[in-house]
Ligand binder design. Structure first.
Ligand code: FRU
Length: 430
């Protein structure tokens, strides 16, 4: 299957990039893409809750915000005595803050009355006037008796930060349903033929070249049964992940219009999770997380951070490192981290992720559920993992080092020399 074949099968989708089976078939672990093994930190920073998908409060231009000396992040959380596999069913967004980028404190649940039965991932904007917006996924319909899997993209406005007496983020928040899938560009739940459909993980982005305001999100591309996408192979068509996008014509964080996806992966992968962009050297780096088990038959991928680069936001994305693979876990701990998020720091790109299942060399995540409950608890990190340091040059990336668990450097913080820099210095000494 080629990009051209996909384009032909969906008229009117000109300009949409695709992750092809040919590109994805090149996925392989390399020294540049495999993160070091992770061990639990000596003391858990926030022992009372498990933490997974995490995002930082950022300004409109994407800079990580510093508010009166504080770095601020938001995470999906669940009580730490809950079985880790159940956490998605009760996910609650909590706020954490730090004045040194290393030690984090729990500011508690952000909302009293959010939309949805539970909240999944999103992003957060510190606007020019000091107000805080949170974008999140409302999973399930509030009021329904059973757990449902409907996903809507929601924006909450009205947040303010007060640091007069420590740190406090408060409302009153107003929650606005921003987007639902339209069934044409973006698959609705009733159209889904594969695993559960996705319409989630909103991520705010202001294009530094055009000044336009965008919201990226994870979605699926509707593919008609029997259509000739993927050569008519129905088994492949169920794998239809996409990176969706909506535009705010006025820059209003609460008013969005759906547009055609930025990129999709029909016949390749069902979930392109938590899409986000890092703009660097005039190039747009688009990153997504994905799972081993969401690749289509005939392809072998990993739980990993994947990335693509283009000259424009709506450009013809080229996979990084030829396959798209940017960061993955070691072969003997294939699920140790997930939900990676890249952000710039000086000349480097840093990547945070959560510490998932460790001390576990099974081949699939399903095998975890077969362990005893105490083993499932013991092997779940449930906190932020070490921050990775990436060297990014054109369409190539290389892991060059790590920082500590949950170390998110403050603005302008000088990072320690990497191994390679130390060696280079050594050579310079005569
Ligand atoms: C990735 C993810 C997100 C979702 C969340 C739900 O880890 O699947 O796409 O928002 O987890 O817990």
């Amino acid at each position: 299957m080629t990009n051209e074949a996909l384009g032909e099968s969906r008229p009117g989708t000109r300009g949409r990039a695709g992750w092809t089976r040919e590109q994805a078939s090149r996925i392989a672990r390399t020294d540049d893409t495999v993160a070091p093994i992770v061990y639990p930190p000596e003391t858990e920073q926030i022992p009372e809750v498990h933490i997974w998908d995490t995002w930082f409060l950022r300004e409109r231009d994407g800079t990580l915000a510093t508010v009166d000396g504080y770095r601020i992040c938001f995470s999906l959380t669940a009580p730490s005595d809950l079985l880790p596999g159940k956490r998605h069913d009760v996910a609650t967004i909590r706020c954490f803050y730090s004045d040194d980028g290393r030690n984090w404190h729990n500011a508690g649940p952000v909302f009293e009355d959010p939309l949805g039965q539970r909240q999944w991932a999103g992003s957060a904007l510190y606007d020019d006037d000091g107000s805080v917006y949170l974008f999140y996924t409302a999973a399930g319909e509030e009021g329904a008796d059973d757990l449902t899997y409907t996903q809507r993209i929601v924006g909450a406005g009205g947040g303010t930060i007060d640091t007069a007496d420590g740190f406090e983020l408060s409302g009153p928040w107003t929650h606005h349903e921003l987007l639902r899938p339209d069934g044409e560009r973006y698959e609705r739940e009733d159209q889904s033929r594969g695993m559960i459909y996705t319409f989630r993980d909103p991520w705010f982005f202001e294009d530094p070249e055009t000044g336009e305001t965008w919201l990226l999100f994870e979605a699926n591309t509707p593919v008609q049964e029997g259509s000739d996408a993927c050569g008519g192979d129905d088994a492949l068509q169920e794998f239809n992940g996409s990176v969706g996008i909506a535009r705010s014509p006025t820059g209003d964080p609460l008013a969005w219009e759906l547009e055609d996806p930025l990129l999709d992966a029909v016949g390749v992968n069902q979930e392109l999770e938590r899409p986000h962009v890092v703009y660097r050297d005039g190039l747009y780096y688009l990153f997504v997380s994905s799972h081993l088990h969401t690749f289509a038959p005939g392809l072998k991928g990993f739980d990993a951070l994947y990335g693509f680069v283009a000259e424009e936001l709506r450009g013809d994305y080229v996979p990084l490192n030829e396959s798209g693979l940017v960061v993955t876990n070691p072969e003997n701990a294939p699920f140790q981290s997930y939900s990676w998020m890249a952000f710039p720091h000086g000349d480097e790109v840093l990547v945070q992720s959560f510490f998932n299942y460790y001390d576990f060399a099974g081949e699939t995540l399903d095998e975890i559920a077969h362990l005893s409950e105490s083993e499932q608890m013991r092997r779940f990190g449930g906190s932020l993992g070490p921050t990775l340091r990436l060297d990014v040059e054109g369409s190539r990336t290389r892991i060059i080092g790590t920082l500590g668990h949950w170390h998110i450097p403050l603005d302008g913080e000088t990072l320690p020399l990497t191994d390679r820099e130390l060696i280079r210095r050594g050579q310079g000494v005569d």
